[in-house]
Structure formats: structure tokens, C-alpha cells
Design a protein around this ligand. Sequence first.
Ligand code: NAD
Length: 292
Amino acid sequence: MIILDGKKTASDIKEEIAIEVANLLDKGGKKPHLAAILVGSDGASETYVKAKVKACVKVGFESTLVRFDSNVSESELLAEIEKINRNSSIDGLIVQLPLPKHIDEMKVTEAIIPEKDVDGFHPANIGRMALNLPTYLPATPAGILELLERYEVETSGKNCVVIGRSHIVGSPMSILMARNNNPGNCTVTLTHSRTKNLKEITKTADILIVALGKAEFVTADMVKEGVTIIDVGITRVKSDKTKSGWKLLGDVDFKGVKSKCDFITPVPGGVGPMTIAMLLKNTLISSKSQLY
Ligand code: NAD
């Protein structure tokens, strides 16, 4: 069993990006610049945005954080996005989700110009992804591909089962694993809350990608010997064994399944750290105008 170490891989990618930034500056170029918009003060969103800003500093990017109260109007938010769209010194823009209920998330996603959509959520970029054209891949799926590639996990011709069909993980993951690409070329089954006989399907998986948000949902009896498991889930549960009083659990019963796996990602330290690394990579690509 080999652990797909996302913490170490993400750190390697950040080092590679930092070297590229130093080279860009040496050649008289400018620092890549990521702008983030945070609406409200939700604890988890605050933590994610802070981690993204910190990562920017670490690799030598410039970053701008724009904060709004949770009662900001949709039109005010859209106006700020428009301003950043027009600001040529900013290469990438992300709006931290979820947004308050009175704001239409899809409208906001579509307001960011595809050229600066480094989260890869804009319908134009999702379309380019589906057509196997160069684009910004959504960060979490991109991080999973990067892990599979760097650990040389064979995907061609394999059965890949994805659990969960969210717009940010499950659905793009199913498209990416089916593309004529490496990693890719799998026969993919996308499962969700209405899927019948899930266990029968997961037992056929050579590669199982789990993103449903239910702690330790996948158990040893649901997988076959030699499976590769990618656990995307993050659930915070109370713990009396940690200093913080909390611990993070994945969607997979890691201890129970690991002896059956060829490869498996841990939680924490698997997919999570890769997400930010891939956001930085997309911002670097944008700053070099490599796509548009
Ligand atoms: P979501 O919450 O938007 O959707 C969950 C999906 O799971 C739905 O498509 C639903 O149909 C499916 N589902 C629910 N119950 C099911 C069941 N019993 N059987 C089969 N399918 C079922 O999903 P999301 O936003 O992709 O998040 C999933 C998990 O991944 C969460 O724990 C989230 O915190 C985590 N996450 C982690 C990262 C990361 O960087 N590691 C990024 C995004 C999400």
C-alpha cells in the first residue's frame, strides 16, 4: 500500500512555482497576482481564504483580499468583480463560496471573465475542460490528477467510480477521468445519492474517488483488493484526543480499507493541500497568458 502524500506533493509544487516566479522576476516580469473576495465571516471560508493568501506570499505572488459584509448586495459584489476584471495588474480572481442566500452564486461565477477564472468554475472553462481544450481545471480535481500523475498510478483502461456529483469535485472529476488523456482514459461511473446498489458498483472500481461529505462512509466491504482510493471528504468532528478538540475525518474508513489498497490518500494530508497548490498553478499560468 502506497500513501499518496498530498502534503509533500503540494509542497514540492509550491517550491517549483516559487522558482518560476523568481525566474520571471529576474527576466523583468511582474509577480503573479491573485485577488480573493470574501463575503461575510463564516469560519471555514475565513480559514480557506487565509490559507490561500498565505500560500501566495510563500511562493512570491502578490495577493489582494477584498472583504464584504454578509449583507452586501448582489449588484455591489458584481461591480467589484467587474472592477477586478478590468484591472490588468490582477491575473486571477476567486470568490470564496458559499455566498449568502440572497446572492446568486452562478451569476457571480459567470461574472468573472474566463481569463481570470483560476478556480475553473466558469461555464466557458468547464466547457473547454469537457472538450479537452487547454483551460483552468477546477483546483480539487486538478490536484487529484496531479497526485495520480506524480505517483504514476495507471489509469488507462481502468474502471473509475466517482461518488458525488458536485459541480466542484465529483462532476468535473468524472469528465476528467474519462477524457482521452493521461491521467484519464478510464471507464467512468458517476454515482450519487439516488444511485441504487452503490456497493455493487464500488466493488468494480480500480480507482474510487469519494466526494460526498459523509465521514468514513466507504468501508472495506465496499472495495476490492488492489483498489486506488482518492478520499476528498473533509468532516470536522469533536475529539478529546487533540489539543484543538476537533479532528478531520475523510469519507473513507482509512484504517479499515488501507490493507486492500494499492494507493490511498490520507485525510488530512491528501487531496486538501493539493487544492491550494493547483490554484497557485492556475494563477501562474494566467500571469504568463498561457491560455487566453
Ligand atoms: P456536495 O456536498 O456538494 O455534494 C455531495 C454529493 O454526494 C452529492 O452529489 C450527492 O448526490 C452525493 N451523495 C450524498 N449522499 C450520498 C450517498 N449516500 N451515496 C452516494 N452519493 C451520495 O459535495 P462537495 O462539495 O463535492 O463536497 C464533498 C466533500 O468533499 C465534503 O466533505 C467537502 O468538505 C469535501 N471537499 C474537499 C475539498 C478538498 O480540497 N479536499 C474540496 C471540496 C470539497
